[in-house]
Design a protein around this ligand. Structure first.
Ligand SMILES: NC(=O)c1ccc[n+]([C@@H]2O[C@H](COP(=O)([O-])OP(=O)(O)OC[C@H]3O[C@@H](n4cnc5c(N)ncnc54)[C@H](O)[C@@H]3O)[C@@H](O)[C@H]2O)c1
Ligand SMILES: O=C(O)CC[C@@H](O)C(=O)O
Length: 401
């Protein structure tokens, strides 16, 4: 079986993939049509930020699994993968510490103007007067949007810095806030109004597009810092550009609109050039530690897929199928028994959704659970029961809606 690794990946973990018996096609930098073409030969595809478009799923019909060697899956056309029955998995949490560390690097850089400080000295300028204007982080209020793996890692570090931490996140309960030792804001606007630094850690989804809106940015106090290490899309980019141009806010961002997907490119960023903006090259996950953890998780996913038939961290399996009923058939473990059961289901004109067949010790008997999208007629159940030499017991349960 062939695996295509289309981005940088630590060498010794490529060896681990080979150790699983895979033929490894390591081609970092593949993009667009070339990626689709190369994927035709592969059963498994591993990518970092490389875009996996619908075209890849259209032409690479042998593809069974795409692993996003990272957290955000917005670079993969997950809908197209689902339409073709291709599993998509990611590596959640594995690069959270690296992103939290960069968030603090950016926060300290803004407070102490470290990049400008360094640049001035490189140009032969000594300006202790200008660069002595810092507020310090201790006792300041940090607002965190999105309390998942990264948001929590940022909160822990902020507490060590003696900051007051307030969070806003989906399904963020008072109990969870208490357990984390932070305050909970009722709304994003309420959060923005009270914080001197606002940092965002949500995924790019239809729900989060423009979540940090013009109104939210306007609610930040004058001189506040806004940090984005998640995705450019989660912020109203026009409003952010306007605020940064006016110099009312200081912006630190690791993600930029239309940023290049690969390693090296010519790229002009309007936002990145402004004096009140420190922008980095989407390097949040780029530490050896994080890449090692991500690669290890990728190998684990591939291993489980190959050897146990399960896909850890799968992001595109239906949470709920249209199934309304479950047919339970305990049967003798013999050739053709399941085919006969499924034939009865087919004759009843019913669509089988998920099927699970469990074999009992000794391999004499098995229990098959078949989820059905509508209630089968009694005759169908009778038809299955009537094969007494094959069937032990048949039952039908209605699934909770
Ligand atoms: N800069 C980088 O290199 C880098 C690296 C890793 C991750 N990221 C980005 O950071 C994102 C977050 O990563 P994570 O590992 O913390 O993910 P996560 O899934 O652990 O956490 C995301 C959090 O956002 C919350 N959330 C989702 N939708 C929301 C909404 N509409 N309103 C409020 N809260 C919402 C979720 O409840 C969850 O708590 C990733 O999806 C990715 O886009 C960037
Ligand atoms: O792989 C990278 O460099 C970026 C990954 C990051 O954006 C993620 O979502 O995990």
């Amino acid at each position: 079986m062939r695996i295509l690794v289309a981005d940088e990946f630590p060498k010794h973990h490529l060896d681990s993939l080979r150790g699983l018996g895979l033929s490894v096609d390591f081609r970092p930098g593949l993009k667009g049509d070339a990626l689709a073409e190369a994927a035709k030969e592969a059963s498994i595809l591993v990518v970092r930020s490389t875009e996996v478009s619908a075209k890849v799923f259209e032409v690479a019909t042998g593809l069974s699994l795409v692993v996003r060697a990272g957290a955000g899956v917005n670079t993969i056309d997950v809908k197209a993968a689902s339409a073709r029955g291709v599993f998509v998995a990611n590596c959640p949490g594995q690069n959270a510490i690296a992103v939290a560390e960069l968030t603090f690097g950016l926060m300290l850089s803004v407070d102490r103007h470290i990049p400008d400080n360094v640049a001035a000295l490189r140009q032969g300028v000594w300006n202790k007067k200008r660069f002595s204007q810092a507020k310090g982080l201790y006792g300041r209020t940090l607002g965190i949007v999105g309390l998942g793996a990264i948001g929590v890692a940022v909160a822990e570090r902020a507490q060590a810095f003696g900051m007051k931490v307030v969070g806003y996140s989906r399904s963020f309960t008072p109990e969870r806030a208490k357990a984390l030792g932070i305050e909970r804001a009722e709304s994003l606007l309420a959060l923005a109004r009270q914080c001197e630094v606002l940092t965002v850690h949500v995924p790019a989804t239809a729900d989060t597009k423009g979540l940090v809106s013009r109104q939210v940015l306007a609610a930040l106090p004058d001189g506040a810092t806004f940090i984005n290490t998640s995705r450019a899309d989660v912020v109203d980019t026009e409003a952010l550009l306007e605020e940064a141009r006016r110099g009312r806010l200081f912006v630190a961002t690791d993600v930029l609109p239309d940023e290049p997907k690969g390693g090296e490119a010519t790229f002009q960023s309007e936002l990145g050039k402004l004096p009140h903006v420190y922008a980095t090259h989407h390097i949040g996950a780029s530490t050896e530690q994080a890449q090692d953890a991500i690669a290890r998780e990728t190998v684990r996913i591939v291993d489980q897929f190959l050897n146990e038939g399960v896909v850890p961290n799968c992001v595109n399996v239906a949470e709920r199928t249209p199934a309304r009923y479950q047919l339970i058939v305990r049967h003798h473990d013999r050739v053709g028994v399941l085919a006969n059961v499924l034939d009865a289901v087919r004759q009843a004109g019913i669509n089988a959704q998920e099927i699970e067949n469990t074999i009992f010790e000794g391999a004499h008997a098995a229990c098959c659970k078949i989820q059905l999208d509508s209630r089968p007629p009694d005759e169908m159940l009778e038809r299955i029961r009537s094969r007494a030499e094959e069937i032990i017991f048949v039952d039908l349960v209605e699934l909770r809606s």
